[in-house]
Design a protein around this ligand. Structure first.
Ligand SMILES: [Zn+2]
Length: 592
């Protein structure tokens, strides 16, 4: 018996599923998916087969052509869920499981009509990363078991289903519902299974790119992301032809807990990216870059998550540099540095979570989630790039993607490949310090530009009365203002806050990165005029990246702590389960 992934019951001595055939009905009243999955195996399954499940109601297991077969559900583990052990008779090549999901399934958020833009129809979306596919489908829920899939999803009439797959037809059913079919012909790790159902419309952005959203936001989304084809072309110039046929995007309701999720053929995005000025499309560059790093070459388990995210952050800034120049990339690295420092601070008493090569036995990967695999990982990739030179490194990246396409790999496999292709480079950049030692190596690359230096100097002069000039106030781009706000002293006075708001009109910003950085400063300063806007943002948006600093900043003063608890009580039912957990952990850390 061998379990290569500490977050899965998958036993590598047993055959791997190669394809899933899903047939699911979406029941909004019961908040359940109900139906069947057929797992197809490459070879014969004989004897015990172990699958991951969490909260699933397993109703029966059959082997087609044979009939019902024995199965048992193990004791539930808080992190892993329950092992489903099936006793497969000789000659088994397919296993059919009928089941229903739980209304509490972590992968699925069921929204009432009031939680959507249109407020007329319910909405469902999935989020299977890190290890939540098992709350939606019984499967070998580890990235090393890559599966193609076919799905039939039946939804109430008037609603549309989309998945991380190509559409394969739809029609009305005889009982007045509507069935949508999907085909994902390529192998993906189970965490990239994705489904959303709602009142959806789409707009074409190019022959291969389309954006989906509720009718109320679809025009704004089409405008905001109009440049996506250009981004795809730039990414292809770096990493080779786009491997997934279509690049479609779905703009979700505001409770979506992440900025984006790189579901193949259907990137999921938070509506907080709709800034109205195209200033936040770097998240799209990031999700797009995952088409190569993450979706094509995938981490073997969450212990190697940096292979997905470190490469993708590096790739995202490489794309930004081509699109918008060196200064824009330097500002991107500076914002990343801030996120990195915040995460290192959060884990100052858990240094084992600040290494890249993680050891997560007994640890929930959602609790280990931070900016560290993203930003520390990207700095290791950038260090290697600087060591060998840009051209040589780009050739290496293309070789790397070619060598491991459609596979899921470990840090050790990555290191062996680097050693073979770029001998000595790992030692030259002291890769071990990134991979296995806490914190940041002193030799980590830094990213500077004259513009960034000037912004830093101006922010540092704040306590001595330094202020942006009228010209700067009028001409700064969103990213410049954001970096300036991030570089300001964390503890401002109420007068400082009033000055900033008056000159930059911060309260009314549509760019959530700026708005949240501002509200974090204002909350830390106990600046009462910001409270109504804070409440509004926290009641509307469930993106964890924003909830953590805002609730954290509210912990500084008795009055703001009371405000935070009051807002959370009202907002919590609308938050995704993942977001709720993050806020609870922040509130628990408040002083008594
Ligand atoms: Zn990512």
């Amino acid at each position: 018996m061998h379990h290569p992934d500490p977050h899965s019951y998958y036993d590598s001595s047993q055959p791997k599923a190669r394809r899933l055939r899903l047939k699911l009905g979406v029941d909004f009243a019961a908040k359940r998916l109900e139906g069947e999955v057929v797992l197809e195996f490459g070879g014969e399954v004989k004897g015990a087969l172990d699958l991951d499940t969490k909260g699933l109601d397993i109703r029966g297991v059959q082997v087609p052509g044979h009939g019902p077969v024995p199965w048992e559900l193990g004791e539930p583990d808080t992190i892993l869920g329950s092992r489903l052990r099936i006793d497969a008779p000789e000659g088994t090549r397919e296993i059919a499981i009928t089941y229903a999901t739980s209304p509490e399934a972590m992968a699925l958020q069921w929204l009432d009509p009031e939680q959507t833009e249109g407020k007329v129809a319910p909405y469902l979306f999935s989020q299977c990363q890190q290890i939540h596919a098992r709350t939606m489908v019984p499967c070998q829920d580890t990235p090393v078991v890559r599966v193609a899939y076919h799905a039939e999803v039946t939804v109430p009439e008037g609603l549309t289903a989309v998945m991380s797959a190509g559409p394969a037809g739809d029609e009305a059913t005889r009982d007045g519902r509507h069935v949508f079919r999907f085909l994902m012909p390529q192998n993906i790790p189970p965490y990239l299974l994705a489904l959303a159902v709602g009142r959806l419309e789409s707009r074409d952005l190019s022959p291969r790119a389309r954006v989906w959203a509720e009718p109320e936001t679809v025009e704004a989304a089409a405008w905001e992301f109009a440049g996506v084809e250009d981004m795809i072309l730039k990414a292809e110039a770096l990493f080779g032809p786009y491997p997934w046929d279509r690049y479609d995007m779905l703009v979700l309701p505001p409770s979506f807990p992440y900025g984006g999720m790189e579901n193949p053929r259907m990137t999921f995005l938070t509506p907080t990216l709709l800034a109205g000025d195209r200033s936040l499309v770097d998240v799209v560059a990031h999700e797009l870059a995952h088409s190569w790093t993450g979706n094509l070459v995938t981490n073997a388990s969450m212990e190697h998550f940096w292979l997905n995210e470190g490469f993708t952050v590096w790739a995202e800034r490489r794309i930004l540099r081509i699109l918008h120049g060196d200064d824009a990339a330097a500002l991107g690295w500076a914002m990343g540095q801030k996120a990195l420092e915040d995460s290192l601070d959060r884990f100052k008493n858990e240094p084992h979570l600040t290494v890249l090569r993680l050891h997560l036995e007994g640890i929930d990967p959602d609790d280990a989630f931070s900016s560290i695999p993203y930003e520390k990982g990207a700095r290791l990739v950038a260090a290697l790039e600087r060591e060998v030179g840009e051209d040589k490194f780009l050739r290496f990246i293309r070789d790397y993607i070619d060598a491991f396409r459609f596979t899921s790999i470990t840090t050790e496999q990555f290191c062996a490949f680097v050693e073979a292709k770029l001998p000595g480079a790992l030692a030259a950049v002291n890769a071990r310090a990134y991979l296995d030692q806490p914190g940041m190596p002193a030799t980590a690359p830094t990213f500077r530009s004259a513009q960034l230096d000037a912004l830093t100097a101006l922010a540092n002069s704040w306590v001595d009365g330094g202020r942006p000039s009228a010209r700067q106030i009028a001409t700064w781009k969103a990213s410049e203002l954001q970096v300036f706000l991030q570089k300001l002293p964390r503890q401002l006075t109420r007068e400082d806050c009033a000055w900033l708001d008056e000159h930059f009109q911060l309260m009314g910003r549509g760019n959530y990165e700026i708005l949240v950085d501002w509200l974090t400063l204002a909350a830390t300063a106990d600046y009462e005029p910001a409270f109504p806007r804070l409440r509004e943002v926290l009641l509307r948006v469930g993106r964890m990246k924003y909830l953590r600093p805002l609730y954290g900043a509210l912990g500084q003063h008795p009055r703001t702590r009371a405000l935070a608890r009051e807002i959370f009580a009202a907002a919590s039912p609308g938050y995704h389960g993942l977001s709720r957990r993050v806020v609870q952990s922040v509130l628990e850390a408040y002083p008594a």
